[in-house]
Write a protein of this length. Structure first.
Length: 282
């Protein structure tokens, strides 16, 4: 076989010569991402803690994007787009939750070897995680206080505090679909406060699931997508609790919280509560 024929059978060589940075770098900004790790101790375990925390922040960012997409779609009564965004977010939540695995085996001695590097730093200070919580209906004006020194972040959180949560938009869809949701829930409630369970919303979900095969299938699919999200949020909180118990027991949290006791309280709360209680009545 000729040399020309041999060369023609070889796979094409990718384009390797670029005038500046690669198109991949221009799009992903990998060089920026991989040089954001500045450890503050000599312990080799701090690197995995720092990188894992940064990865969590990136997952928070994309999940907020999905839930805001879903909320906007619900405002326009576009349930298929909302359900698609929620379903994507469940895969992202699974990846987020897996982030605890590198940290879940930390012994107290291993964590203590670099814990002092955190100072008063704590995950509850994460602005993007706070936006996730606000979208879930877990509103709290006091959680804006740590961000007063960062005007842009504070403004974004204040805006999110006073906007309808993802679940507020869901409840409004139920009302527009003819379910008897009172004005006290739909329009009179202060949406900057935590969402409180409603008997009327529970009755609406009970009716949705009871009539699942009689025309409310789309709402039932929305309910199941939301339930998947709620379950994974619950798993996130419990995995956080277990990882903290293993690493530091019942000691005070790095940010001055009650540590495990505070996380236990958070883990007991159900997201989208009526979606769980309604199941007892179907």
């Amino acid at each position: 076989m000729s040399q020309e024929a041999l060369e023609s059978n070889e796979p094409e060589t990718p384009h390797l010569d670029f005038a500046g940075t690669t198109p991949y770098e221009d799009y992903v900004r990998a060089d920026v991402l991989t040089h954001l790790q500045h450890t503050l101790s000599d312990d080799p375990g701090e690197m995995v803690f720092l990188v894992t925390t940064q990865v969590m922040e990136l997952w928070f960012t994309v999940i907020v994007h999905e839930w805001e997409t879903a909320a906007a779609a619900l405002r326009g009564d576009d349930l298929p787009t909302a359900i698609a965004a929620l379903k994507r977010s469940t895969r992202e939540l699974e990846a987020l939750n897996a982030s605890w695995k590198p940290l879940g085996q930390l012994t107290p001695a291993q964590f203590n070897s670099y814990r002092s590097a955190l100072g008063e730093g704590s995950g509850f200070q994460s602005a993007m995680y706070r936006r996730m919580e606000f979208l879930l209906g877990e509103k709290s004006a006091s959680m804006l206080v740590p961000h007063r020194g960062a005007p842009r972040v504070h403004a974004e959180l204040e805006k999110a505090l006073h906007e309808p949560s993802l679940y507020d938009e869901v409840v409004r869809v139920l009302g527009r679909r003819g379910y008897p949701i009172p004005d006290a829930v739909l329009v009179e409630r202060d949406i900057s406060l935590p969402y409180a369970p409603s008997d009327a919303v529970e009755a609406a979900w009970t009716a949705v699931y009871s009539a699942e095969g009689d025309g409310d299938g789309e709402l039932a699919r929305l309910g199941e997508a939301l339930t998947d999200v709620a379950e994974l949020v619950w798993r996130w909180r419990n995995d956080h609790l277990v990882a903290t118990r293993r690493a530091m027991g019942a000691k005070t949290g790095t940010g001055g919280s009650a540590g495990v006791a505070w996380l236990e309280k958070r883990a007991r709360k159900n997201v989208f509560p009526e979606l769980w209680t309604a199941r007892s009545h179907v």
